[in-house]
Design a protein around this ligand. Structure first.
Ligand SMILES: Nc1ncnc2c1ncn2[C@@H]1O[C@H](COP(=O)(O)OP(=O)(O)OP(=O)(O)O)[C@@H](O)[C@H]1O
Length: 277
């Protein structure tokens, strides 16, 4: 298959400095239309910085980000790009006195502008999205009174209303309990659009993603399928942990069991000797 035709996003030789420190170092990858990509890496590896470059919040010092074969800085304006990209961040924004309906309606802003009145067709779209994320009974509730998981689902509903081609999520599950973590990622996956999300839960990323990118100290050190990327060597080299990688009993994707209280080198050698499930 010709990847040039199926790539929605292409990042080439992207580098970015902040305070004269190199934060992102010569990063190149492509994202296929309709795929779900996970960005992994230890604290401070550059995941959020990379995502900020993708949603046009930060301009790289060198290299390019192409969306639909067009450079997002040279050939798109901010307004046009905002129509195509939806962003869900880990810290939910404060929306004082806005109902769930009002927050979800904000997804229409990039298409309509601030002072356009809501029409019946808009209301239908908003209600459908709220139903899709399972919040129909909270429609008129104050957004601030939702639980963390419900807030994330409302923000995904806002993204659904926006009808983007690409959904970018920066650690969308970091404050959620395990049920909401799975629910929020499965919901994003069910939209059938291209999704890029950063993760700290490597097993969740392995289960949900088609492609993984691993950052370490600003460099892209691994990329490929979960099968190719999630290995005990990578976990030792990048995350500094001892772990055994086996197959998940349900989906047969790599599943990590962490070891505790061992010296990394000693345990990595030992775990290699263990039979994989
Ligand atoms: N605007 C900035 N000015 C200076 N340093 C920055 C800026 N943005 C990011 N950094 C630095 O870049 C490095 C990468 O930060 P980033 O938030 O991208 O990492 P991350 O992989 O998302 O980390 P975490 O998993 O902890 O959220 C950190 O050392 C951070 O302090």
């Amino acid at each position: 298959m010709n990847t040039a035709n199926t790539a929605l996003l292409s990042v080439q030789h992207l580098s970015w400095h902040a305070d004269s420190q190199l934060i992102l170092d010569d990063i190149s990858f492509t994202i296929k239309k309709g795929s779900f990509t996970g960005i992994l890496g230890p604290n401070g590896a550059g995941k959020s910085s990379l995502l900020r470059c993708l949603y046009r919040y930060v301009k790289p010092d060198s290299g390019s980000v192409q969306f639909n074969q067009q450079d997002i800085w040279q050939q798109y304006d901010a307004y046009q790009y905002a129509q195509d990209i939806a962003v869900v961040l880990q810290e939910t924004p404060t929306h004082f006195n806005l109902t769930v309906h009002d927050v979800v309606a904000l997804g229409l802003l990039p298409h309509k502008g601030l002072f356009t009145r809501e029409q019946a067709s808009d209301r239908l779209k908003i209600d459908c999205a709220i139903k899709q994320v399972g919040l129909a009974d909270k429609n008129l509730q104050n957004f601030e009174h939702l639980s963390g998981g419900e807030k994330q689902r409302a923000l995904i509903a806002r993204a659904i209303v926006q009808t983007p081609s690409l959904l970018i999520m920066d650690e969308p599950t970091s404050h959620l309990d395990v049920r909401y973590q799975i629910q929020v990622i499965e919901l994003a996956k069910s939209l059938g659009i291209t999704v890029i999300a950063s993760f700290h839960d490597l097993n969740l990323a392995s289960a949900m993603c088609d492609q993984l990118l691993v950052l370490d100290k600003g460099k892209l050190v691994e990329q490929g399928s979960p099968q190719a990327v999630i290995t005990s060597e990578m976990l030792s080299n990048v995350f500094g942990v001892c772990a055994q990688v086996s197959l998940h009993p349900q989906h047969k994707v790599p599943h990590i069991s962490y070891f505790y209280g061992y010296d990394i080198k000693e345990k990595t050698a030992e775990s290699r000797a263990l039979p994989h499930v």
